[in-house]
Design a protein around this ligand. Structure first.
Ligand code: SF4
Length: 238
């Protein structure tokens, strides 16, 4: 399906302005504490339906008790469940972590793979998590599409798709491979802080003059952009 008209130009403006607002590489912008791909994979699995802050409180004890996939694969499920209890859905997450670790041990010699086709074969790892791993841990092209990325992309008419895989395909055509991971995190930040699901704050959005969904009257948009720049980035990570 064809992309919405003018999407390429809007994407360029979006990439440029969000990069100024939320600066840094994908690794720098990632709010999940980790020291290697294995730790990021564990943290990302735990982050489902949970805040990054809570995950960061839990992961130090998980990483120290199970420093490698092999250690995690041999974990006592009840001990692991207790450690990750406060992240929610702890039984399912423990199952995913144990299955992931066993598969990494058996199929990849204990090394987290970097190919998306390999990552998505691991239990508990979907396309979104696989792309987080690729872009943040391996500095490879990967554009995770979550609810924020999908919503903000549709409002900006960078895509008219609902399916996350189709949104990813549309965005891949608009964002150069080295920028994809950071672009995704910037869209998430913007979706959490400005372009929220219930009440997008178009009046202070740096994209209001180019966004087809802006509620700011066209005549006032340049002023709104200036106000947005003046406000600058908000503190804190994704
Ligand atoms: S102008 Fe409004 S709808 Fe468009 S991206 Fe900004 S906050 Fe979202």
């Amino acid at each position: 399906m064809a992309r919405p008209r003018g999407a390429r130009r809007r994407a360029e403006t979006t990439r440029d302005r969000l990069a100024r607002l939320y600066g840094g590489t994908a690794r720098e912008l990632c709010a999940l504490d980790h020291a290697n791909p294995y730790e990021l994979l564990v943290a990302t699995i735990l982050s489902a339906q949970c805040t990054d802050e809570m995950v960061n409180k839990v992961t130090p004890s998980v990483f120290s008790r199970y420093p490698t996939p092999g250690d995690l694969a041999r974990a006592d499920p009840s001990v692991l469940e207790e450690l990750i209890h406060s992240t929610g859905f702890f039984r399912q997450k423990a199952k995913s972590l144990l299955g992931m670790a066993a598969a990494v041990e058996e199929s990849f010699d204990g090394e987290i793979p970097s190919a998306l086709d390999d990552l998505v074969k691991l239990p508990g790892v979907g396309r979104k998590t696989g792309n987080v791993l690729r872009s943040v841990a391996f500095d490879l092209p990967g554009l995770p599409v979550d609810t924020h990325v999908g919503r903000v992309s549709r409002r900006l008419r960078l895509t008219d798709q609902d399916d996350p895989v189709k949104v990813e395909v549309d965005l891949d055509a608009l964002v150069p491979p080295p920028e994809r991971g950071a672009f995704s995190i910037r869209m998430i930040l913007h979706g959490r802080r400005v372009c929220t699901a219930r009440r997008p704050a178009c009046e202070r959005c740096v994209l209001s003059d180019v966004c087809p969904s802006s509620t700011v009257p066209a005549a006032q948009r340049p002023a709104a952009v200036e106000a947005g720049w003046a406000a600058g980035p908000e503190p804190g990570g994704p």
